[in-house]
Design a protein around this ligand. Structure first.
Ligand SMILES: [Zn+2]
Length: 394
């Protein structure tokens, strides 16, 4: 499908984009003639997706409108101009990107999750508490040529810097043209979620699962409106049920059996909030027991429940607390509808063991880049084995 649409204003352009069939990719070169822009569209794998451009345009229109009406004496006759200008700038930017990119595909997280769902694979999510972990996870994903999500909790953001970690991940994505995405993991306040959205995170886990159900629904809905106003392409994940707290080594297993998510409440929650992604409690648990670290016991998942929740809601689903889970359960969970799998504690254990080995191997060394490769290798080994498993379709 290809053609040209003449557009007279940005809302009209947006409505044209939304009329195109799903899967159409777009390129648009705006040629200015008064207030008329021209949108050309043609199918191609080498250009940003329809959804991505529409999202960017929504954001630009919103920002331009706010700036325009904030002027002391707003002149309404200038409406077309203020709407047109950002589009022209945006199109110039994409033309430049497409040229410099040599026609390679730019993806957004939603595209990656949709593809994973179609292919029956899971996207690995790894928490990155420091640069060595980020480097090791990125190297694993690069070796395997699979997309990857990296996450930072509120505690990790406080330590690393919200904008600083966003800049680091963006630099990897841009320099290597690689689908690495950044998630604000377990965010408990709107202020902290807004900070992440403004810093350019691709997704946010807005976790009010500790609150009563109705309150969780109301506040999550409000948060989604605020966050999509900052970046319409951002994906918001909501959580219900009890999966414990702390990606650490626990002395005893908490009793989470009463906090399992039911398909009915999952549907009610998704319908009422409009979350893009749901994090259910399906036998998963944050952290690991010492016996799981030793490998003598494993976590098991309620696969039937995952399938029921998926068919009731139809949304993307994340499995939190994946560390220490039986391999076969992961495969079945992905087949039943899980799209993203979180691994944190296993990486933290590898980080510590690798670091201890590095220090033991170099007792008199003070140069970080001579000590840290042991930690890097240990983390990379874990990340690689998990990514291979999640991306296998057997
Ligand atoms: Zn989690």
């Amino acid at each position: 499908m290809s053609g040209i649409i003449k557009i007279f204003c940005m809302p009209y352009l947006l409505s044209c984009i939304h009329l195109l069939p799903d899967g159409s990719d777009l390129t648009f070169s705006t040629k200015s003639s008064g207030h008329i822009s021209i949108l050309k569209y043609r199918p191609s794998r080498s250009i940003p997706s329809r959804h991505f451009i529409a999202s960017k345009l929504s954001l630009l229109i919103h920002q331009s409108a706010v700036a325009f009406f904030a002027r002391p004496k707003a002149n309404l006759s200038g409406c077309n101009c203020f709407l047109y200008k950002p589009a022209a700038q945006l199109s110039r930017k994409y033309v430049a990107i497409m040229k410099s990119d040599g026609g390679r595909h730019m993806q957004v997280l939603r595209d990656v999750l949709e593809k994973a769902q179609r292919d029956g694979v899971g996207v690995g999510h790894f928490n990155i508490g420091d640069f060595v972990i980020l480097k090791a996870v990125f190297a694993s994903a690069q070796d395997l040529k699979v997309p990857v999500l990296v996450g930072v909790s509120e505690g990790e953001r406080k330590f690393l810097g919200t904008r600083q970690i966003a800049a680091l991940v963006k630099s990897l994505r841009d320099e290597f043209d690689f689908p690495i995405f950044l998630n604000a993991d377990h965010t408990h306040s709107l202020a902290s979620a807004i900070e992440a959205a403004k810093a350019g995170f691709d997704s946010i886990v807005f976790d009010l699962s500790a609150l009563p159900f109705e309150q969780n629904i109301r506040q999550t809905k409000e948060a989604i409106e605020a966050l999509k106003g900052i970046n319409p392409a951002i994906l918001i994940e909501g959580e219900i049920g009890d999966i414990g707290t702390g990606s650490e080594i626990h002395d005893a297993a908490p009793d989470l059996s009463k906090g399992l998510t039911s398909p009915e409440e999952a549907k009610q929650y998704v319908d009422a909030t409009g979350v893009d992604i749901l994090a259910p409690a399906v036998g998963n648990m944050h952290g690991m027991l010492a016996s799981m670290v030793q490998g003598t016991t494993k976590k098991h998942l309620d696969i039937a429940r995952i399938a029921q929740i998926k068919s009731a809601t139809g949304v993307f689903m994340t499995l939190h607390g994946g560390s220490g889970t039986e391999d076969e359960d992961f495969r079945k969970a992905i087949a039943a509808g899980i799209n993203v799998v979180h691994i944190n504690t296993e990486l933290r254990v590898a980080w510590r063991r690798g670091l201890e080995r590095g220090l033991a191997n170099h007792p008199n060394e003070v140069v970080p880049y001579k000590i840290l490769p042991d930690a890097f290798e240990a983390i990379k080994q874990v990340a690689t084995s998990r990514l291979k498993l999640f991306n296998s379709t057997k």
